[in-house]
Structures are given as structure tokens and as C-alpha cells.
Design a protein around this ligand. Structure first.
Ligand code: GGG
Length: 356
């Protein structure tokens, strides 16, 4: 996209650790970016607030200053994790959902790739999940009323043609970037939700026929998969998938499932990307069970920084970060407990920096 072509003399990066282990893994991403030295423009970091913890202190989960800095002063950002309570808290609304909307970060791109034991060997899983990031059930329009069966809770699920078209375009572009003969799988459940998911699948399918496409996606094979059978096939034969595009909630769920296949959620990066801004974010959450113990896996955060660099056009430096992470994983002697190791966040970060 356009972000890749901007010439920059410095890279202004917003750091939003938010909650839980987000605070423990974002410093690792920062150290990794700093270790790239002059291979990227001079980095400037700006710490920004958001999160449930911030809400409990200040009464707001996403301060206006954070959004304003992202809109006016920054080139990109890194987000840690948020831990919203599972019950309703008056006045609270998830800051990550709001941030994606406020910055129009309409796509969440989540590569899931296993590291093969031998460099160059084909990994057993190598897929990218392209998740729609602004609508579906995550518009959070929920109501409660009383009916003949007691309380009736309802949620509105919004699927629009515009959002489906642009996530479809992002998915086809992602597939194209992976090679002209890639496979794009459209994930939906339109056998049940024929109106909402029907619109999603029809619109994504229509992308190659849009004006200006001029056949550039002709070699991309397009298939469809009902979300339930997608999960089944991902567990049975994950190697067949290449790029998968899904509405917001299915994309959220299948990417956690895919993370299990590569060994840990602590390995899977993402970017929230729009046309004018990109924000890296590890797929894992705030991990309240291990917070404060210094053992959170920093690799997803480092990989998210790398993915952010790719979206800004710095492919070479991003590759250096990815290769450093891969060699730490391949060596296998400095790992956090989620991967069966006994090392700390800092030790794993140091091992990556040493590789760099
Ligand atoms: N970094 C991903 C993350 O924070 N996941 C947890 C999540 O999505 N939480 C939603 C929320 O708490 O609002």
C-alpha cells in the first residue's frame, strides 16, 4: 500500500503496552527495533496510555491524547494486550476495538508459520489469516429486554459491502504478495447466516472483477470453507492453507486455533493495518495467569514489530528480525515456559538481540 512508498527520515513509533504482559513484551519489541540501528530510519518512541488498568485509575480506557498522537504525530504503533472484564462494567468499552475503529485499521493480518528444524526446509504450517477488523459482532450493539422466556439478550452483527470489499482487496493483495499461484480461502457460515455471511462471501468473491484489477488476481485460486470445517481442516491438514480471509469474529477464533498448531500463542504476530496507519500487536492477550513473573514470551511482540516494518516498506530489516527469532527457536535452548523452556522474557530477548 501507500505506506510502503513514503520516504522517512525518522520513524515515530507509539508504544501502547496497555494491560498485563503487554507491559512485559513491548520493551522487547523496542529493544529489537533499536538493535536494527541505521538499517531503518532513526526511531523515536512515544509511550501512550490505554487499557482496563488505565480505566480503573482514570475512568477512560482510550484517552483522546492516544488517538490524537496516533493521528497527528506518529508513523506507526505497537500495542501490547488488553484485559477487558467478561462482565459489563459501566462506562468501559474495549480500547483495542475502539482504537482499530478510530484509526480505521480495517484489516488484522496474522501470519502463522512454523519454524522448520532446518533453514530452508518447507514449514509444516505457513498461512496468513486476514481478519476483518471493524465490524461483525464486534460493533458491540447489544441489548437486553424481558420476554416470555425471561431475559432476552441480543447482539447486532453488521457486515457491510464496503468493509467486505476492502478486506477482500487486502486478502487478494496478501495472496498476490505470496506468489501469483497462491490459494485464498474465504471463511464464512453462509449456509446458516445467508444474509450477513452471504454478503461477505459474495463481495470478497467479486474483488477480481472490480474496475482496475485487470486480471492481476487471475492466477490466485479461490476456495471457500465453512468456519466449522475450516477449524477441522486446520487441525487435520494445516499445510494446505495459504491465505484465509474471514469476518471479524471467525478471524479472531481461527487465528488462536492456528496459534496452537505452531506451539504457542506467544509466537504469533499481527498488524492492524489501514490505508494510512499500521499498528503491530501480538495475537496473545494480557495473560493474567503469568503477569508479573517475567516469563511472557516476547517473540510474538518482536515478530509484530517486524510485520509492522514490512507494512512500512522496510522488508530487509524485518527479515533480519524474523531470522533472529527463527534461529532462537531453531536452537531451542533459550525458550520461555509456554514453549517448554525455563527462561525469562529478558533472557529470550537477549538471545534474539545476540542473533541480530
Ligand atoms: N493483543 C491481543 C489482545 O489483547 N487480545 C485480548 C483481546 O482481544 N481482548 C479484547 C478486549 O479485552 O477488549
Amino acid at each position: 500500500g501507500a505506506l510502503r512508498t513514503i520516504a522517512r527520515t525518522k520513524l515515530r513509533i507509539g508504544m501502547i503496552p496497555a494491560d498485563g504482559v503487554g507491559r512485559e513484551v513491548l520493551p522487547a519489541a523496542r529493544a529489537a527495533l533499536e538493535a536494527l540501528g541505521s538499517s531503518i530510519p532513526k526511531t523515536e518512541f512515544l509511550d501512550l496510555d490505554a487499557g482496563f488498568e488505565y480505566f480503573t485509575k482514570k475512568g477512560v480506557a482510550l484517552p483522546e491524547e492516544t488517538v490524537s498522537a496516533m493521528k497527528n504525530d506518529l508513523d506507526c504503533a505497537l500495542f501490547g494486550a488488553v484485559s477487558s472484564p467478561s462482565h459489563r462494567v459501566v462506562g468501559y468499552s474495549s480500547p483495542i476495538v475502539a482504537l482499530r475503529k478510530a484509526m480505521d485499521l480495517y484489516s488484522n493480518i496474522r501470519p502463522v508459520k512454523s519454524v522448520s528444524k532446518t533453514p530452508g526446509e518447507r514449514p509444516s504450517i505457513d498461512m496468513v489469516i486476514v481478519r476483518e477488523n471493524t465490524e461483525c459482532l464486534y460493533i458491540k450493539e447489544e441489548t437486553m429486554s424481558l420476554g416470555p422466556n425471561g431475559k432476552e439478550a441480543r447482539a447486532t452483527r453488521l457486515i457491510t459491502e464496503r468493509a467486505s470489499r476492502r478486506i477482500g482487496q487486502m486478502a487478494f493483495e496478501t495472496a498476490l504478495a505470496r506468489g501469483s499461484s497462491s490459494l485464498l480461502t474465504i471463511v464464512h457460515k453462509s449456509n446458516v447466516l445467508s444474509v450477513t455471511d452471504g454478503l461477505f462471501r459474495e463481495t470478497v468473491r467479486g474483488v477480481p472483477a472490480l474496475p482496475g484489477v485487470d486480471g492481476k488476481y487471475d492466477a490466485i485460486k479461490v476456495e471457500e470453507q465453512l468456519v466449522d470445517s475450516m477449524v477441522y481442516r486446520m487441525f487435520r491438514e494445516p499445510q494446505v492453507f495459504d491465505v484465509a480471509v474471514a469476518p471479524n469474529m471467525y478471524g479472531d477464533i481461527i487465528s488462536d486455533a492456528a496459534a496452537a498448531l505452531v506451539g504457542s500463542l506467544g509466537l504469533v504476530p499481527s498488524v492492524n493495518a489501514g490505508d494510512t496507519f499500521v499498528m503491530g500487536e501480538p495475537v496473545h492477550g494480557s495473560a493474567p495467569d503469568i503477569v508479573g513473573r517475567g516469563i511472557a514470551n516476547p517473540l510474538a511482540a518482536i515478530r509484530s514489530a517486524a510485520l509492522m516494518l514490512v507494512h512500512l516498506g522496510y522488508d530487509g530489516p524485518a527479515k533480519k528480525l524474523d531470522e533472529a527469532v527463527d534461529s532462537v527457536l531453531r536452537r531451542g535452548d533459550v525458550l520461555t515456559p509456554d514453549l517448554g523452556g525455563s527462561c525469562t522474557t529478558d533472557q529470550v530477548t537477549a538471545a534474539v538481540l545476540k542473533e541480530l
